[in-house]
Design a protein around this ligand. Structure first.
Ligand SMILES: *Cc1c(COP(=O)(O)O)cnc(C)c1O
Length: 489
């Protein structure tokens, strides 16, 4: 219940004062009472604007507002009832009145009902234990037993051979490009439909990106567009230094075709599997098809170390070199000796402790995410305008985020409209990634669409992500489903 003395007003106050009160208060309504203190109505910003539009002046009072029986609740009403009322009346606050109809408090939705987030950290049982070990042994410095164990465990999990634990997924992509010798003026091919972190490291190296569209089957890199691009490069005497393939939203790209092209044109692959740890292509883990794979343990990813990344490869020498470059490229010498540019990119032993615990529950997280997705699909199957992210038969997605597109329909609601409506009910939804070729940062970059239709542009225009936290409760998901049904049908 909230203190309401600051939002109680009589109709003798001026419109200007009413505006000021609304501005200062955390609530978006005022409570209009009569001389005996009984509630007459609530006043919103819109109500006052309408007074002005009808010709009233800022110095006029509120007496011309009509009576409008307010929505109220009594003190003993349950939170569940109050929330149901808020949902059915589409409001976020309801005054509480006593038996004499005098306001005594205000319920705010965001206090009764925590925001439902897109994705959030979800700890298992053993993270604390590994972190505690780091404290007890005073291995708080970077490097240490947790880092070694996290690398070994992760490499074993994805059957990759070797892994280097780093400070972020972005750092892992940067080192991969560095190790492939990408330098100033080189060309690097990259998925367009992705988060900017996939492409920024191309610029760190002073190289030039070419962006490739998605295919409709997986929403990931189109092998057709990639082939066109590689042919054009060959014709123009350009030898790209790398292909960065992204496995977006936890789904693999069509790797057989992409690996074939990589071999035919002799351009190595870096797999950005930041979002796809635990996902598979024909039974094999994403991240293990290319020369390098990278994972991210940022706070919103399927498992997290609060911030971190991993570079993996079947090439032992390359991973050893990555470890060397990520610790300032220090040469083995009794003093500090350097011959190459290094980076401070290593993961700390404390964070690697969190990672070890998280890796133990990764399979559970994948199952939970897939279950969330299945439940959305099942409960919303009558809504014809929804097109879910497909899962080709060769893909086992980790369903990191549940994503969908809205097909043209009668209601005509856009993703922005839907995101705004859900946000009103304290539910977070987001647009799909805005393709890199549309970003001002890359306005000069070349782009290869899948066909005469650009798939990633269509996905961005019509798509969105729904709350998909593996620790979201069933009741919370039901709330999201309830509002989606109401808005879309
Ligand atoms: C999160 C993410 C990254 C970057 O990972 P960080 O650990 O945040 O640096 C790279 N690519 C994609 C597709 C991502 O989603």
């Amino acid at each position: 219940m909230n203190e309401i003395s600051r939002i109680l007003v009589k109709n003798t106050i001026s419109i200007r004062n009413a505006f000021e009160l609304l501005d200062e208060s955390a609530s978006t309504i005022l409570l209009l009472t009569d001389d005996s203190g009984c509630l007459i109505r609530t006043i919103t910003d819109g109500d006052i604007r309408r007074l002005l539009l009808s010709g009233k002046l800022l110095t006029d009072d509120l007496s011309s507002l009509n009576q409008k029986p307010p929505l109220v609740v009594k003190e003993d009403q349950s939170i569940k009832e109050i929330l149901l009322l808020m949902d059915s009346e589409e409001v976020n606050q309801i005054p509480i009145v006593n038996c004499e109809n005098k306001p005594i408090g205000l319920h705010l939705r965001h206090e009764l009902q925590p925001k439902i987030l897109l994705s959030k950290p979800h700890m298992g049982e053993n993270e604390r234990h590994f972190v505690e070990e780091a404290f007890q042994s005073n291995w708080i410095a970077p490097l240490g037993p947790n880092v070694d164990a996290f690398e070994t465990d992760l490499a074993a999990y994805v059957n990759s051979g070797y892994a280097a634990a780093l400070s972020s997924g972005t750092a892992a992509i940067h080192l991969a490009l560095n190790l492939l010798g990408v330098s100033y003026g080189d060309t690097v091919i990259c998925s367009s439909f992705t988060f900017v972190a996939s492409a920024n490291p191309i610029l760190y190296q002073g190289a030039v990106p070419i962006f490739i569209d998605s295919e409709p089957e997986s929403w990931n890199m189109s092998p057709i567009a990639l082939e066109k691009c590689l042919n054009d490069c060959q014709r123009n005497g350009i030898k790209p230094k790398a292909i960065i393939v992204v496995h977006l939203y936890g789904q693999s790209a069509d790797m057989d075709l992409i690996v074939d092209l990589s071999k035919r044109f002799n351009v190595p692959i870096v797999e950005d599997a930041a979002e796809s740890l635990g996902a598979k292509y024909k039974g094999r883990d994403t991240g293990t098809f290319g020369k390098f794979g990278i994972f991210s343990f940022n706070g919103n990813k399927i498992i997290t170390t609060s911030g971190g990344g991993m570079l993996i490869s079947h090439d032992k020498k390359m991973i050893e070199k990555a470890r060397y470059l990520s610790t300032q490229a220090r040469e083995p010498a009794p003093h500090y000796e350097h011959t190459e540019i290094g980076f401070n990119y290593r993961m700390s032993n404390v964070l690697a402790g969190i990672g070890r615990g998280q890796l133990e529950v990764l399979d559970d997280r994948v199952r939970a995410k897939r279950h969330l997705f299945d439940r959305y699909v099942d409960k919303l199957k009558e809504i014809e305008c929804i097109e879910w992210m497909p899962e080709p038969e060769w893909s086992y997605s980790n369903r990191w985020l549940t994503t969908l597109c809205i097909k043209p329909h009668k209601g005509g609601i856009t993703p922005s409209g839907l995101i705004e409506k859900l946000s009103f009910f304290n539910i977070e939804a987001r647009h799909l990634w805005k393709p890199m070729h549309q970003q001002p940062l890359f306005s000069k970059a070349q782009y290869y669409p899948h066909s005469n239709i650009s798939v990633s542009d269509r996905l961005f225009d019509t798509g969105l992500c729904l709350p998909s936290a593996s620790n979201m409760t069933e009741e919370q998901q039901e709330r999201v489903i309830f509002h989606l049904k109401k808005i879309l049908s």
